[in-house]
Design a protein around this ligand. Structure first.
Ligand SMILES: O=CCCC(=O)O
Length: 470
């Protein structure tokens, strides 16, 4: 894939970039390794100062960053501004909390026959981050804010269609004051990822993206015995029980499904409704999906902009066509509008069965599958019936139903009476084919750390303890 900015609203290629030649890739990896050696010795206060400066730049230049996102991948300008603001908040969160998350953790020295025992969290070194285009700032900050605060260096291989955002991120950390080489963008194709990951100077990898990319990066990481964190796709269930506030659920359903023009791994995609409230939900949901405004992503009144690419749109069309061919019914949307740009309308498909691709696969566009079930048991079985396990949503006002849903949904997160959202304060990640490892919160700060056990025996020196205390 060429490295280029192609505006999804017009289909026009606006800028192209040459991939870095191999000697330059090696030079940059070397620079990351050199930078890491001194950066790991910087203090938390200093790192926090730089991270807060990055947040200030993101706030001050929110409009510039947002316009870049909209032009490169088509999200609405309102969503793009919100993404930049969320990134600034995450930088501030880690500037404030990383020292606490990564402080030495005392252990019971007596139980292990030591004078002192504790755990120290130390950075691993340069970490390769392979990131997707759908939240081009946020997905990177989600790794970089905790990763850099922990003392690692970052090497970003961003999606080939968001090169200007990738360069903005490199510039962001440099301007914020992080030492040269601590965060670098590698403008490279996916074919060059293996070479970087096999480089002994690169110590770990994090990937957010699709299953094939995840599988290939994970197998190279396994072969090299390097730690990896994978956040892959999702086809999140959205269960509505008989006790739910149906109008609220329907409103949230449409918002979630069309989030980021329908291109979010944690959008609700499969709407599973208990039959007592199925008619009411269907009517309200379809009405809200129809009411969304599709159009120019630079226009503030637009709810749903174009899909990222021509291929992205035809992938969605193929899934809908396959379902319809096998007997599913389109309740709204379902056909591309005429004209330029890769637009696709909010669509609801009913009667989806296991023979259809849409039942199992992630639809990366504003298309909902709507299912009717008898009761909560059937709803949970259907929610868990596929390979993904990223987020999950359920709507209920019954405490016993709530507990069952919390216990039985096979997902990295369960949101009750709300829709799956990533917050710096909460761990984020999936189970099953949605990946492994966790980002954000305390877990994200420790994801790329050597959890080093320190055991100090009895002796004259160890009596002068400077070890952490409970
Ligand atoms: O696309 C998946 C991640 C979305 C998010 O973190 O909000």
């Amino acid at each position: 894939m060429t490295i280029a900015t192609t505006n999804p609203a017009t289909g026009e290629v606006e800028r192209t970039f040459d991939p870095l030649p191999e000697p330059e890739i090696d030079r940059r990896v070397g620079r990351a390794a050199d930078a890491f050696r001194s950066y790991r010795r910087t203090g938390m206060d200093e790192r926090a100062r730089w991270m807060n400066a990055a947040a200030d730049i993101l706030d001050a230049e929110r409009d510039r960053a947002a316009a870049l996102l909209t032009r490169e991948m088509g999200k609405t300008i309102t969503a793009a501004r919100a993404e930049a603001a969320k990134c600034a908040a995450a930088c501030r969160y880690y500037a404030e909390h990383a020292a606490g998350f990564l402080a030495d953790r005392p252990a019971d020295a007596e139980a292990v026959g030591a004078a002192r025992a504790y755990v120290r969290y130390q950075p691993l070194g340069p970490v390769l981050a392979v990131m997707p285009w759908n939240f081009p700032l946020w997905q990177v900050i989600r790794f970089a804010a905790p990763g850099l605060m922990a003392g690692n260096a970052g090497l970003l291989k961003h999606a080939s269609n968001v090169p200007q955002t990738a360069l903005f991120l490199e510039e962001l950390f440099r301007r914020a004051g992080f030492p040269e080489g601590v965060f670098q963008t590698l403008l490279i194709g996916s074919g060059q990822v293996e070479r970087v990951l096999r480089d002994p100077r690169v110590r770990a990898v994090t990937l957010t993206g699709g299953e094939p990319a995840g599988r290939s990066v994970a197998s190279v990481a396994a072969d090299e015995l390097k730690p990896s964190v994978l956040e892959l796709g999702g086809s999140d269930p959205f269960v509505v029980t008989a006790s739910a506030d149906v109008p609220r659920a329907a409103e949230a359903a449409a918002t979630s499904r069309c989030l980021n023009n329908g291109q979010s791994c944690i959008s609700a995609k499969r709407f599973i409704v208990v039959e007592d409230v199925a008619d009411e939900f269907e009517q309200a949901f379809v009405e809200r999906m129809r009411a969304l405004t599709v159009g120019d992503p630079m226009d503030e009144s637009t709810d749903v902009g174009p899909l990222v690419s021509e291929q992205g749109r035809s992938d969605v069309e193929d899934l809908v066509a396959d379902a319809v061919k096998q007997g599913a019914t389109v309740l709204c949307g379902g056909a591309r509008p005429p004209g330029k740009g890769w637009y696709y309308p909010p669509t609801v498909v009913a009667g989806v069965t296991p023979d259809m691709r849409m039942y199992h696969e992630e639809v990366f566009g504003p298309v909902a599958s709507l299912f009717r079930v008898r009761d909560l048991d059937e709803a949970i079985d259907l929610a868990n019936a596929i390979g993904f396990g990223l987020g999950s949503n359920a709507w209920t006002d019954d405490p016993r139903e709530r507990e069952r849903l919390v216990d039985d949904m096979e997902a990295g997160q369960v949101f009750i009476n709300g829709t799956t959202t990533s917050y710096p304060q909460l761990p984020f990640g999936g189970v099953k084919r949605s990946g492994y490892g966790r980002e954000l919160s305390r877990e994200g700060a420790r994801a790329f750390c050597n959890v080093k056990t320190v055991w100090i025996g009895h002796g004259a020196e160890s009596a002068e303890s400077d070890a952490p205390t409970e």
